[in-house]
Design a protein. Structure first.
Length: 173
């Protein structure tokens, strides 16, 4: 009986050391934690990251965090999930918006006012000009890009119809 007690105490001591070691490793793995998030004018999410156990903080975007593997290893699973979610959201956010849609009689076309997020100026462009600029078209949301394509096609049909009527009237003379 006396032999079992030392073995049991040795085993409990070993188990306690293993538990302490696992706890220490978990603390080292979670070297950073997200303490705040905010979106800037252009809609990009920035995180305030704190060093665990320290008052030191710094700000990074979700894309900056995702791009650094060693930094990612220092976050908890919940923080990694949060960063990944916002990184995906930021990638798919439109970067421009249609704020004005008017018909220009002089050009006989629809003119759109395009505003880039984070900028104050509004750029006026025809639907066909926007359609030719693939990067600009990609930066619009799906609904607005569809509208631009639809208006561009309608403007092109109207141009062709006017040209055909002009040709027919000239040939009749």
């Amino acid at each position: 009986m006396s032999k079992k007690i030392p073995q049991l105490s040795t085993y409990i001591g070993w188990l306690f050391k293993q538990y302490q070691q696992a706890k220490q490793e978990a603390r080292q793995r979670e070297a950073y934690k997200i303490v705040a998030k905010e979106a800037n004018k252009s809609g990009v999410t920035r995180f305030t990251v704190q060093l665990s156990g320290k008052a030191t903080t710094f700000k990074l975007t979700a894309q900056e965090i995702i791009a650094d593997d060693s930094l990612m290893e220092g976050f908890s699973k919940q923080d990694i999930r949060t960063v990944t979610y916002y990184a995906c959201q930021d990638l798919h956010k439109p970067k421009t918006k249609v704020v004005i849609q008017n018909f220009c009689e002089k050009l006989n076309k629809t003119v759109f006012g395009i505003k880039h997020f984070g900028e104050e100026d509004i750029k006026q462009m025809t639907a066909s000009d926007i359609s030719l600029d693939k990067e600009l078209l990609r930066s619009l949301n799906q609904e607005e890009a569809h509208l631009v394509g639809y208006v561009s096609a309608n403007d092109k049909i109207a141009e062709e119809k006017a040209m055909m009527e002009k040709l027919l009237s000239e040939s009749a003379d």
